[in-house]
Design a protein around this ligand. Structure first.
Ligand code: PAF
Length: 282
């Protein structure tokens, strides 16, 4: 595995592979790898001969009072894990490389970036789409893999790719969960022991919702209510939102009658904001 820190060098190296007819897969990450990230690397490997993992804690997707400074970082551990998973190139630029002094250009996916998480994190998706567009231009991958845990992010990126004609295929890999159901996230490490014990209530609530739909329930209000009541059994949980969402345009639905409709939630445990989602009608 090569660790590359400069855009020019990465381009030079990738050009050789591209000329040799090898397909390039990109896994954009912010590091502090867990099994969820590693499953994205595996998914990329199935589609491409050369797997590039980018590791960059992207400042533009953090709001002024968010956790940019304390976001977990451990380059040595990430490097080892990426190597063990047969990554070919770990792209690890610094902030000045990605955002030189005068940086004025952003990519915004209107509408979709203002709902759900975008309501409380108004600049978040602008930062995500900007850095992902930059990575697409730098790496020019044939495929790029994102995790389903960030369902809104994945849908926004697919839309950006269509709207701006990026010649890249987007793959969305399933959520990887801990044994008790908590969706893996680098931010789980912020949880105190008691918060960590209570956090799997999110998964159980989503599962109850999916079971209700299997039994024939189609009313979004009743399903949201069931999710809310279940999550509220955890004394430390503070719900930010629970929505039943259309996968087409991220709009809230009142009836579950379309394939791919999913429940999406954001819940605070103390200072930690967790998100999760589950498809209700497969
Ligand atoms: O999902 C993430 O970790 C980030 O939002 C991404 C896609 C790497 C962009 O910084």
């Amino acid at each position: 595995m090569q660790v590359i820190r400069k855009i020019d060098e990465l381009r030079r190296v990738l050009e050789k592979y591209r000329r040799a007819g090898q397909r390039i897969g990109l896994v954009p990450t912010m590091g502090y790898f867990h099994e969820g990230h590693l499953s994205l690397i595996d998914a990329a490997r199935k589609q491409a001969e050369i797997v590039v993992v980018s590791l960059f804690v992207n400042p533009t997707q953090f709001g002024p009072n968010e956790d940019l400074d304390r976001y977990p970082r451990d380059f040595e551990r990430d490097e080892r894990l990426a190597r063990e998973r047969h990554t070919d190139i770990l792209f690890y630029p610094d902030v000045a490389e990605m955002y030189p002094d005068s940086f004025y250009t952003y990519v915004i996916t209107e509408k979709l970036s203002r709902v759900l998480c975008g309501k409380s994190r108004p600049i978040h998706f602008r930062g995500v789409t900007t850095i992902v567009a930059k990575l697409f231009n730098i790496v020019q991958p044939d495929v790029a893999v994102f995790g389903r845990k960030d369902a809104q992010q994945a849908i926004i990126i697919r839309k950006m790719v269509r709207d701006l004609n990026f010649p890249v295929r987007i793959i969305v890999a399933p959520i990887v969960r801990e044994a008790d159901g908590l969706a893996m996230s680098s931010r789980n490490r912020y949880l105190t022991e008691t918060e960590r014990q209570q956090a799997p209530v999110i998964f159980r609530a989503l599962q109850e919702a999916a079971d209700l739909v299997k039994e024939g329930e189609r009313d979004a209000i009743r399903i949201k209510d069931r999710i809310r009541r279940k999550i509220e059994t955890a004394p430390l949980a503070k719900i930010e939102y629970i929505e039943i969402i259309s996968p087409d345009n991220l709009s809230a639905v009142s009836t579950i009658d379309q394939k791919g409709v999913f429940a999406a939630v954001a819940v605070w445990f103390g200072k930690t904001r967790l998100i999760d989602n589950m498809v209700l009608l497969a």
